[in-house]
Design a protein around this ligand. Structure first.
Ligand SMILES: [Zn+2]
Length: 352
């Protein structure tokens, strides 16, 4: 009898231990994923061109280091030591030569990043794009080379680009760099994907990087990323990074991610007040990408736990014909401009 009680006590303790292990594993907040493009000493006159100032970038590195963030590669998340409580993924798109100095700055602060390279643009000598020597230097500094399509075409509108992205790209990169044998990370050119291109790329690359606003849950193979450029207000970066500790979306996407449908449906896991909801979207035109927030209530309709969004109505109301909306998230703005995500980032692309 006593033995049985002891056994029961022991198994109860074991259960408690497992529960504690699970909950401590879940304590880690969702991961902010930063996405940079070009860099310049001074960004006056280059507004909208996806460029960040070196000085502002260094401020951000200092802020991340001071706040206890440690850079990780997505494939490391599953086996990350508990001591790393604030992981961040730092990425760079397009293989621009001006990113080399940023790579050196990161190295000085003990950060590592993923540099997404366009394989078709690698040349032996170049002032604008990274050369094989540059790529080798990045790897030597502890950074990783990622794949950014093949020739930087939108995958859903080019079968050729999709085919090359999953066949030729890795081969081209492997022949240009030694020291990196696997390429687990892929970034969609322009952030574009649809169901078909998602399936093709997911068959080759374990981690797919988008420009959907939001945070990465550390598990999904589709990573949202926040674009950081000199066009963002100074505190935008900090708000984004620190906001991950409170990221608990209450809306789950029901319709397909990456669709071009006019109406999108979410399932609400908790009651929400739609009057406060706003749509944060990344849109693009010939000058580059921009974030904007507009009231979403007029485009939302609730039926029980169903939340319907009339996206085309919203776009007609707020966006010019020349702007393409790439992705969005439903958010709520709290005191002092703090952004709380109601939904995860959703892909939506409109070609006009
Ligand atoms: Zn790009």
């Amino acid at each position: 009898m006593r033995k049985q009680r002891q056994m029961r006590k022991r198994s109860l303790l074991l259960l408690l231990f497992i529960a504690a292990t699970i909950s401590s594993a879940q304590v880690r907040s969702p991961v902010p994923v930063l996405c940079y493009h070009g860099f310049a000493e001074d960004t006056m006159g280059v507004t909208g061109k996806l460029t960040e100032q070196y000085a502002r970038f260094e401020d951000m590195l200092r802020f991340l280091a001071r706040s206890g963030y440690q850079s990780v590669f997505p494939e490391e998340m599953q086996s990350l030591p508990e001591a790393i409580s604030r992981p961040v993924v730092i990425t760079f798109d397009d293989g621009r030569k001006d990113q080399l100095r940023a790579a050196e700055m990161m190295h000085r602060y003990g950060f590592k990043g993923i540099f997404f390279i366009i394989p078709a643009r690698i040349e032996a000598e170049s002032d604008k794009s990274m050369t094989p020597t540059d790529l080798r230097q990045l790897v030597a500094l502890g950074h990783q080379i990622g794949v950014h399509g093949f020739a930087h075409q939108s995958l859903p509108s080019s079968q050729e680009e999709t085919d090359a992205s999953v066949s030729t790209s890795i081969e081209r990169l492997t022949s240009s760099i030694s020291g990196q044998s696997s390429f687990p990370n892929f970034a969609y050119p322009f952030g574009h994907y649809d169901t078909a291109t998602y399936r093709r790329t997911a068959g080759v690359y374990p981690f797919l990087h988008t420009v959907n606003p939001g945070y990465w849950d550390g598990v999904s193979n589709l990573l949202p990323r926040m674009l950081i450029t000199s066009d963002n207000p100074g505190d935008f970066f900090k708000t984004y990074v620190l906001g991950s500790t409170e990221f608990q979306p209450v809306l789950e996407l029901v319709t397909a991610n990456g669709s071009t449908a006019d109406r999108v449906e979410f399932r609400s896991l908790e009651p929400m007040v739609i009057e406060h909801a706003e749509l944060l979207s990344v849109s693009a035109d010939k000058d580059g990408y921009h974030y904007a927030i507009h009231p979403a209530a007029p485009a939302l309709h609730i039926e029980g736990s169903k939340v319907m969004l009339n996206l085309s109505g919203h776009l007609q109301r707020y966006y010019h014909d020349t702007r393409t909306v790439i992705s969005y998230a439903l958010v709520e703005r709290r005191e002092r401009g703090k952004i709380v995500y109601l939904s995860p980032g959703v892909m939506h692309w409109v070609v006009r």
